[in-house]
Design a protein around this ligand. Structure first.
Ligand code: GDP
Ligand code: MG
Length: 733
């Protein structure tokens, strides 16, 4: 164990350490002073104590407990240390900061008692920590937490010193402090499971009277510890951890030192022996014990695996981490007061806010626009935050500011939900109103409108209704606007944009429907306008003049004229709809196409078998039964009935091929394709729907023509026979 020269410089060399040094460190070294400064002297102390080059063969034990519970007394008895004990007469705090001292062994201890001198052979570093008793001064509590955590984090064994009557008392037994210390210890030092070490919590119950056996005290303490453990917040991945994953527990009780001094000495001696058991078990460099059969206090599993010469740096590092950890910072008394008062003030401000806002929150669940939300929420928020600022502004500035922001964020969060719902509801309502109003206007207009007459202007109606709806949205939505950097959510720009898009879509759809209606109205008008002129042309189908041409020239021209007018009307109305060029093209084309269908239907009607047969009969009889001057003929036997019959028959039969196919005087088919123009590019409707496109110009099919021919001939023949008979009858009379 003798320090050899070299490796550790003067620190490892016993020769360089003077008697003076021994004197300086007689009572150990103050590792951390009252100013939270870590000592630079720890390496020197370890060197003086011949510990610096012991590798892993040393132990660290610390004490935890309330102020003046005899901790220092206990350590001195167990380890032969000379920590200051509270002066019975002065009754003031004796230990400042954290002290560390090397233990004296049994034998040394006897000597020490005898002459306060002796060798040091036990490699146990004992830490005495300033007591804790929950005193008022925040500064002290801050130090308590930090020093307790330091003790827990660096030592293998933590002696928890506690009066028997403190057992089961949460506050008195420092359980609250233990909770914090466990929590931060878990977060800071036990993060990595693979390198996690265990520690022993050694409870020493003081002034044990004996009414409650140690077993009972033990189970009370364990129940408390488990409760603490389950309530502390654990880092991710450690939520399920148990206190026993990290700590072992042992319990001992000591009699009253003053009332039973002999017994006290006897039992501390036994305990002292217990703490020596296994102390000398050699630990290999990987931390494993050479001899595993060890049931003492300092089990190898508790060792931190820091070689002694690295211990000062390690301990300092732990301390730095603890000092710089915010979780351990205890607020000053002023801050505590501010927190308490600000919370109280905030609660009353929230209550006022609730009174105004809760009814809206209830209503909001049902959906729909919330009338008066804007002014109400501004009032509620203004009063709550304003009230808080007025009442809380006197308290600690930092705490006040933070609490105000928290309060505001909480309240804004609730308003945000309402406002977003409100925007949605306003937007929905605007869209519904718009659709409803335009539809109503259109319905009214359409019920009175005749083809082509415009009792309203679609584009104007849309524009007016649209701006009315948008303005209403803006007015109500902007009432919910809250200024300030945290309330960007209260601006309605995005929702407005969405509403406008929706309105455009509805307007477009309604315009499309309206244009469809216009087309079909115009189609009907065209149909009506075509009836008389077409019938007229068929009545005089055989006419053929230079100016007007034949039947089909006239029919075509009548149609082109009527349809042209219709298209003009359509286009001018479509322009007033604000329809796009494409929409107009499609509409006009559809109208022409449909009008062609109208014409074809009308022609079909004209050439319908009975109809046409009747017309042909009229034509035939005009020729056969009337003379050139239009006077009815009375046949005489001398008349050339056969000749007249043949002439009239031939002339009439010629009309059948004429009406069977549309062909202009120039021998061509009517220029339909030219008139219709190209079908619009991506015209979506099925073209078939608009009528047949094959044999556009055939009016009567070949077989029908033959049939017609025969039936007409038979009819003509009957007329002829009748004429013939009338002459015979005339002769007979
Ligand atoms: P510390 O502040 O926890 O370190 O306590 P000290 O060791 O300084 O002791 C505080 C006072 O309690 C001193 O007056 C001691 O004599 C006294 N004391 C020490 N041990 C015991 C004990 O076991 N029982 C009682 N009742 N008093 C003790
Ligand atoms: Mg003390």
């Amino acid at each position: 164990m003798n320090g050899t020269s070299g490796a550790n410089g003067h620190l490892g060399s016993k020769m360089n350490i003077s008697d003076e040094d021994y004197k300086t460190y007689e009572k150990g070294v103050q590792v951390i002073d009252e100013n939270k400064e870590f000592t630079p002297n720890l390496p020197t102390y370890l060197a003086i104590q011949n510990l610096i080059s012991t590798g892993f063969n040393y132990h660290v034990v610390a004490v935890f407990g309330s102020q003046s519970t005899g901790k220092s007394t206990l350590l001195n008895h167990l380890f032969g240390t000379q920590f200051s004990v509270m002066d019975e007469a002065a009754r003031r705090q004796t230990t400042k900061g954290i002290w560390m001292s090397r233990a004296l062994d049994e034998q040394d201890h006897e000597q020490l008692v005898a002459n306060r001198e002796g060798g040091m052979t036990n490699n146990i570093l004992v830490m005495d920590v300033e007591g804790t008793d929950g005193r008022e001064r925040g500064e002290d509590q801050d130090f308590e937490r930090k020093s307790a955590l330091f003790a827990l984090a660096t030592s293998e064994v933590l002696i928890v010193n506690i009066w028997e009557h403190q057992v089961g008392l949460y506050q008195g037994a420092n359980m609250g402090l233990l909770k914090t210390v466990f929590e931060v210890n878990l977060g800071l030092f036990l993060k990595d499971k693979s390198t996690t070490h265990r520690s022993l919590l050694f409870f020493v119950i003081r002034d044990h009277i004996g009414h409650t056996p140690l077993e009972g005290l033990k189970s009370t303490l364990m129940a408390d510890l488990n409760k603490i453990w389950s309530s502390l917040s654990k880092p991710a991945g450690m939520e399920e951890s148990e206190i026993t994953d990290f700590f072992d527990f042992q319990f001992a009780a000591l009699p009253h030192k003053i009332l039973q001094p002999e017994k006290f000495l006897e039992e501390t001696k036994a305990l002292r022996t217990k703490f020596r058991e296994g102390v000398d078990v050699q630990v290999l460099s990987d931390g494993s014990p050479i001899d595993d059969n060890n049931n003492g206090v300092f089990l190898p599993a508790y060792h931190r695996r820091i070689p002694a010469d690295g211990f000062p740096l390690y301990a300092e590092g732990v301390w730095e981490q603890i000092v710089s950890n915010k979780d351990l910072d205890l607020p000053s008394q002023q801050e505590l007061l501010a927190q308490f008062r600000c919370d109280e003030i905030a609660a009353s401000c929230v209550a006022g806010f609730n009174e105004i806002i809760q009814p809206f929150e209830e209503l909001s669940k049902k959906g729909g626009v919330l009338d008066g939300l804007g002014p109400a929420m501004k009032k509620a928020l203004g009063e709550a935050v304003g009230g808080f600022e007025e009442a809380g502004g006197r308290y600690h500035k930092g705490v006040f500011g933070r609490k105000r922001d928290e309060l505001r964020a909480g309240l804004e969060g609730r308003l945000r939900v309402l406002v977003i719902n409100q925007f949605t509801a306003l937007s929905k309502r605007g869209l519904a109103e718009f659709t409803e109003e335009i539809t109503a206007i259109l319905k009214k207009a359409n019920s009175t409108a005749h083809a082509g007459t415009a009792s309203y202007d679609f584009a104007t109606v849309v524009d007016e209704t649209r701006s009315k709806v948008v303005n209403a949205f803006i007015t109500e939505a902007s009432e919910c606007y809250i200024a300030g950097p945290t309330a960007e959510w209260s601006s309605y720009e995005k929702e407005l944009e969405g509403l406008q898009k929706d309105l455009d879509a509805v307007a477009g759809r309604l315009r499309g429907e309206e244009m469809k209606r216009l087309v079909s109205r115009l189609e009907k008008a065209i149909k009506v306008k075509l009836i008389e002129p077409i019938e007229l042309e068929f009545r005089r189908m055989e006419d053929n003049t230079k100016e007007k041409g034949g039947l089909w020239d006239r029919v075509w021209n009548v149609w082109v004229g009527v349809v042209g007018d219709g298209v003009d009307t359509f286009l001018s109305r479509a322009t007033s709809f604000n329809a796009s060029e494409k929409e107009r093209d499609v509409g006009a084309w559809k109208l022409k196409k449909k009008a062609w269908g109208v014409l074809k239907a009308k022609i079909d009607e004209e050439v319908h078998e009975g109809n046409l047969l009747l017309k042909l009969r009229e034509k035939f009889e005009d020729r056969f039964r009337y003379d050139e001057t239009g006077v009815p003929r009375v046949w005489k036997p001398t008349d050339d009935i056969e000749g007249s019959y043949t002439k009239a028959l031939d002339a009439t039969l010629k009309l059948i091929p004429l009406v069977s196919e549309m062909r202009l005087s120039n021998g061509q088919q009517p220029p339909l394709d030219e008139f219709l123009g190209d079908a619009p590019a991506d015209y979506e409707e099925d073209l078939e729907e608009l009528g047949p496109s094959k044999d556009e110009f055939e009016v009567i099919s070949e077989s029908k023509r033959i049939d017609l021919h025969q039936r007409f001939k038979r009819m003509a023949d009957a007329v002829f026979v009748e004429a013939k008979r009338s002459t015979i009858n005339g002769v007979a009379q």
